[in-house]
Design a binder for this molecule. Sequence first.
Ligand code: HEC
Ligand code: HEC
Length: 342
Amino acid sequence: MRDLKMLAGSLSLLLLLACEPEATAPDVDDTPYSYDVPAGFPIPVEPAENPLTVAKVALGKRLFYDPILSADETISCNSCHRQEFAFADNVAISPGVAGRLGMRNAPSLANLAYVTVFHKDGGVPKLEIQAGSPIEDVNEMDLSIFVAADRINALPEYREQFLRAFGREADAFTITRALAAFQRTMISGNSAYDQYSHQGMSTALSAAQLRGRDLFFSDELACSTCHSGFNFTNDDFFNNGLELDHSDDLGRRRISLDSLDIGKFRVPSLRNISLTAPYMHAGSLPTLEAVVDHYNRGGVGHPLQDERIRPLGLTDAERADLIAFLESLTDEAFVEDERFMP
Ligand code: HEC
Ligand code: HEC
């Protein structure tokens, strides 16, 4: 079943890749979308096939909050990616159409403009096609993207909005590109840690958070070798020693077919981490305390776990400091930003 589903997935991927845009119609509104890049962040690279415009971003936002993209019109992207949780969810597995459950925890959608490969196993090569996956997934929205396009084009004002943004009506190309455009604007870089590091606010971090920061970046803990850079991820795949039985989810192995990749998952960003519990690919760890205990223990001793996952011998005070540091990565302005609200 799973292989058949993967085959169907790659076929629809080919279809989406094949539909290149037609020549732009004259009445297209191509006013560029502009936004500030946080201090310490590089300028995101916009894909040539999908430059950000005000019209596309507005359309992407409308689609993001619209249950029209699901079979029974009950589930929107926002059902599983909620702004108050930095566009993640607060349950281990978020229910899709008819309460059906998939196998993974919904991730935050902050800073996707910087991500180079998508999904926890790296199965999706670019954001511009990602939305085809949740729309068509039987456990998520369970709708053919072609049916979604027909539904939208039957509503004259919605169809008009597509024509203004793209010069063509709703189809697999324009639906996925509009959603990607909106998500590219979701940039989060104004946490207490950023204020301390890049905005000269020397009191933004508490003494405990500063001690936790030193632990996080220390050679002994090595957290920052995987959770590295301005977005706290090296965008690579590792086995961080979560569980011995991977029969439900082989991780990167599903895509690479290399058995050494069993249990490897893409390193997630730690930005807004205090808002996105539960943690890990299937939401198996309920709290940051449980995450720090997991690393302090050195994982479960999986034969393929990375050598940096080993007992750390942290004291209770050090564990609390490390958690305090992780909490300093929360960007309150991001979850209250009206530009991302319906
Ligand atoms: C039923 C819950 C659910 C719905 C509905 C849903 N998602 Fe997701 N989303 C997930 C889960 C779970 C993942 C993780 C998938 C994986 O890694 O295999 C995910 C992953 C993603 C990612 C990849 C993020 C990354 O860092 O790799 C993007 C982008 C995304 N979703 C956008 C959307 C959009 C756009 C919609 C609406 C068209 C949507 N999602 C609808 C649950 C959902
Ligand atoms: C060898 C690379 C590596 C090292 C070292 C590492 N991590 Fe991770 N971390 C990962 C991977 C991979 C995941 C995602 C696993 C999954 O999806 O199941 C992860 C997940 C997490 C999560 C949960 C993120 C989420 O959104 O669910 C937190 C929090 C975290 N790590 C903190 C830390 C801390 C603190 C340290 C240091 C004590 C650390 N990590 C060291 C690779 C690493």
